[in-house]
Every structure is written in C-alpha cells, then in structure tokens.
Design a binder for this molecule. Structure first.
Ligand code: AMP
Length: 535
C-alpha cells in the first residue's frame, strides 16, 4: 500500500485545468493566420477523446507518438493525449536535417506520427526509413493517411485516464545534435509536474492565472520550456503563435492578446528589437511583464535596448534539452536596492537555479569556489535532470559523474548568491596561449556596436598561440563598419589579447535548427581558410 495516493502526472495537470479554468482561453494561430479561440474546457475534452482514439489504434503502453508540428492547439492536445493514455509524446524538430529526423524517429521507435500538412514533404522524404504504423495529418490528409479530426472523432468523449505511474515516461525529446548524432532523453510524468511547479514559483516565472503566456520557443525545443503544462496548471491564458514567428506577427499578438509573459531564443528578441526600433509601425507592448530569453547568451546590448528603449523587461534564463528550464536571472531580495550596475551584472548572468536543482562547478583542481570568477564545468542534479540517454551504450555514462550529476558542458562561474554565469560552452571555448577567451563576451562586445546585427566568434588554429578567436559579423540593414573600426570599438571592452585579428563579414550568421549561431558550420568554413584574413 502506498501512503500517498495521488501521483504527480500530466493527467492531474489536465484535470486541474478542466476543473478550475474551463473557461480560460487558449488562442492558436492557424495556417491561414486567423486566430482560433478555444478554452481549457474544450481542449481538455478533446485531449481525452484523442487519448482514447490513440488507444483504439491498438497501441501498447509506452508506445511513442511523434509530432512534426508547429506550436498550435492540436500539438498542445497531443502533448496531453499521449501521456494521459500511458503513451509517450515525442516532439521532433522539423527544421533538423531529414537524415537526423529519420534517425531520431527510428531510434525512439515512434509508432504514430502526427504531422502538419505543411510538413508532409518531410514525411515523404523519411517514410521509408521510419517505423511509423499510423500517420495522422493536421490539415488535409492525402489518401492512405488519417485526418487528425477524423481520428479524434473516433474516440470516446467520456473517456477518463486510468491510474498512471509518475515514474513512467511521458515525453521523449532529443538534443539538437550539433556534435554527433542527436541523443534521446526520456522525461517522466513526475519530472514534468515538479518542473512546472518549481518554475512557476515567485522568484522564477511567478506565473499566475491572470497571466497571458505566449511561448515563442517552439514545442519541439526543450519541450517549449514546459510552458504548455505550467500555464495549464496555473490556469493562465495561452497564446500559441503557430508558424508565424516573425517580429511583426509576434508583436501583433503581444498587442492584441495583451501578452504578459513570453519566452524564446535571443535571435527572436534581436529581431523584435530591430522591428521596435524601426518606428514605421508602432506596437503597444506595455502588457509584457517579462520576456524570457534562453538557449544562448542574451547580449547585454539587446537586454538594455529592449529594457531602456521599449520598456520590455528581458529576463535571462538558462536551460537544456536534458533538463528543460534550469535557471532564471531575476533579482534576489538583496539585489532589489543594489546599485544599477550591480543589478545589471546579475541580469546578464544566466540566473539562479530553480528550487530542487543543485549545482556545482568543477575546475581543473576540483570544485570551484562560488566567488563569481573561478571557472569550471557546470554539473547539475535534480528531479527533472536526465539520468541517461536513450539507447546509448551504457546510457552515455560519460556525461554523468560517478555520483549521478549531469555534466552540462557549460563552463561557468558561480557567484556567492548562486547566480550561474556562463563563460562558454566547453566545446566552443577558445584557448589561446593556454588562456581561455570567452566567446559570448567577445560576441556581446561586438554586438554593442550600432552597425552590428549579429556576431559569432569561433576558435581557429594558430601556429604561435595554438588557437585564436575569429569573429564573423553581420551588419544591420544599411549599416557597415570596417574590421579595424570594430577592433577599435571592442578594445576598451575586453582584454587586449582577446581582440580578434580576423573579422569576417557575412550576410547572416548560419543558425542551428533551434535558431542558435551554428559554430560548427563557421569553424568548417573559416578554420582552414586564411586567404581572406583581414590585416
Ligand atoms: P539545448 O539543449 O539545445 O537547449 O542547448 C543547451 C545549451 O544551450 C546549454 O548547455 C548552453 O550551452 C546553451 N544555453 C542555454 N541557455 C543559455 C543562456 N541563457 N546563455 C548561454 N547559453 C545558454
């Protein structure tokens, strides 16, 4: 006999939303740009009906239901339907290379695919290499494939979830695989529930039922930071932007729906900042109480630009596929009245870990002290931190310490108050003459220059120093600067020996499938090529 009856599971989150917030709205942007308005009451009923329809397909417990979808209400329904039926949702990033998508679907053993009509060409390219038994199309289904609404209609509208084991897998998600093959992570129900609770607390997201939450981070990236669950648990209104992630479409939604809380990768906010700076079209963004930026370093110039010129409180956050959200850079009590400069330094950091997460930094000589400067690789553990990778030999054990801490690969300093500051990704770090150069710090210094839209720094081989930083820069429309001007601009901001000899100008920095700078491509492109070196 268990002493406690109620398990921490996704069915409990859905039940809560249906019972306590049945009339709270969920707004979803459709393929034709129109806004579809529904409620937790309606969505909950549809998710349960879909759950029963999935079971009627004859799936066994634990079977995987993959999605190739943008952020819309049907995707939201699958996020709930599969886990409450004892199945597993597996959101796949449609922007990955088709070889990777085929690999991931096969590795996860996906039996069902729910695919947006717009992504059917991807399905066509991978169908022969994947284990799907049923393909369900959101939109018009070609012959031989199931229509999403038809499948849903075949379900029982009165179906209720049975008892779930909170330790059973609810979702599977894959790393984006910039180094080697993507790796799968199984996320249990319990992890989702605890992550939702912990991240919603005051001091972190401080989410409430009167919030209007718009995840710009797609549902296939780090599980949309868990927001589809967190917002439902709290009964906050949700705004799902569909495939329209361009600045004007997002700003229209913020203005029209009075969005209070939103989150995405820095490239999204850089685009938004440019759109707001360009005064030809004005938007009212006064409803926003926080815009979270995570997935890559938020450049200080962007944070300040959004804050000072447009009153948007940009909040830095840190997370990973292996743990969803990890830390949020809100100000602790003892910084509330601190001098502006001290506050700013803490806002630029990646933040304090959410309750139940434990951190430490391992330097060359053991654990690094929490002094804000000593560097080490960040190690983390907690109830929603992965313990192994799916299907890897020994679970990919080298990524975990013997006592079970996950090695993040992020090189950090931890401050006395517990703020994490990422100096670099271990694999991106530039080590020149035996000393570390922080590529995000150099990038931020370059992006402070008014002509620079984007800057990425990679290490290139150097005979004398082993490695030197090389900067790749893209300018704002109509703006320009010479490499020498850029060097002079950053010289007072960084150590003299950090200043890159080579600065390459490009139209746009190549991005990964989740919108981060793709440093692997830049290294491949520029490491061997010294012909274009700027004096
Ligand atoms: P992913 O699993 O694709 O979300 O990538 C996780 C990695 O993104 C982390 O290990 C960090 O290297 C990086 N990352 C996430 N958030 C931030 C942030 N706020 N600042 C710098 N790097 C970040």
């Amino acid at each position: 006999m268990r002493a406690v009856h109620q398990s921490l599971d996704i069915a409990a989150i859905l039940r809560r939303a249906e019972q306590f917030s049945p009339r709270r709205e969920v707004v979803s942007r459709e393929r034709d740009r129109s806004l579809q308005r529904t409620t937790y009451g309606e969505l909950g009923g549809r998710a349960r009906r879909l759950a029963s329809a999935l079971l009627r397909l004859g799936l066994e417990p634990g079977a995987r239901v993959a999605t190739l979808c943008v952020t819309h209400r049907q995707h939201w329904e699958v996020y709930y339907a599969a886990p409450i039926a004892g199945l597993v949702t597996h959101p796949i990033n449609p922007r990955l290379h088709t070889d990777d998508i085929a690999f991931i679907a096969d590795d996860a053993g996906d039996e069902v695919l729910v695919v947006d009509e717009a992504f059917l060409p991807i399905y066509e390219q991978i169908r022969d290499r994947t284990p799907f038994r049923h393909v369900v199309v959101v939109g018009a289904a070609p012959d031989g494939l199931l229509g999403y609404e038809d499948l849903l209609a075949s379900g029982d509208p009165t179906w209720q979830p049975g008892e779930l084991d909170e330790w059973s897998t609810a979702l599977v998600t894959y790393t984006s695989g910039t180094t080697g093959r993507p790796k799968g992570v199984a996320v249990p129900h319990r992890a989702i529930a605890l992550h939702a609770l912990s991240s919603a607390l005051p001091g972190w997201l401080a989410m409430r039922d009167d919030d209007v939450v718009m995840p710009v981070v797609p549902m296939f990236h780090a599980l949309a930071w868990g927001w589809p669950y967190t917002a439902a648990l709290l009964g906050a209104k949700q705004v799902l932007p569909g495939s329209f992630l361009d600045p004007a479409s997002l700003l229209e939604l913020i203005e029209g729906e009075r969005v209070t809380l939103t989150g995405g990768v820095p490239t999204v906010w850089m685009g938004l900042l440019s759109a707001l700076d360009d005064e030809t079209r004005k938007f009212d963004v006064t409803s926003l109480r926080a815009a979270l930026s995570g997935g890559a370093t938020a450049p200080p110039a962007m944070i300040e630009g959004l804050r000072n010129r447009h009153g948007i409180p940009l909040v830095h956050t840190w997370g990973m596929t292996e743990l969803i959200m990890g830390a949020i850079a809100t100000l602790t009590w003892d910084l509330q009245d601190a001098p502006e400069d001290e506050q700013r330094q803490h806002r630029y950091a990646q933040g304090v870990p959410m309750p139940f997460l434990e951190i430490r930094a391992r330097g060359d000589e053991g654990l690094a002290p929490w002094d804000g400067t000593s560097l080490g690789e960040l190690e983390i553990r907690g109830p929603w931190v992965a313990r192994e990778y799916l299907g890897q030999p020994a679970g990919g054990a080298e990524q975990w310490t013997a006592d079970g801490w996950f090695r993040t690969g992020d090189v950090v300093a931890i401050s006395e108050r517990g703020y994490i500051r990422i100096a670099d990704r271990a694999k991106d770090v530039v080590k020149s003459g035996g000393e570390w150069i922080s590529t995000p710090a150099l990038e931020s210094a370059l992006m402070d220059h008014p002509a620079v839209a984007e800057a990425a720094v990679v290490g290139v081989a150097d005979e004398k120093w082993t490695e030197r930083p090389l900067a790749v820069v893209a300018f704002r429309p109509g703006a320009t600067a010479t490499p020498q001007e850029l060097r002079e601009f950053i010289t007072p901001k960084v150590a003299r020996w950090w200043v890159p000899e080579r600065i390459e100008i490009v139209e746009a920095i190549p991005k990964t499938a989740v919108g981060k700078f793709n440093k692997r491509v830049l290294r491949d492109q520029f490491d061997q090529d010294t012909s274009k070196a700027e004096a």
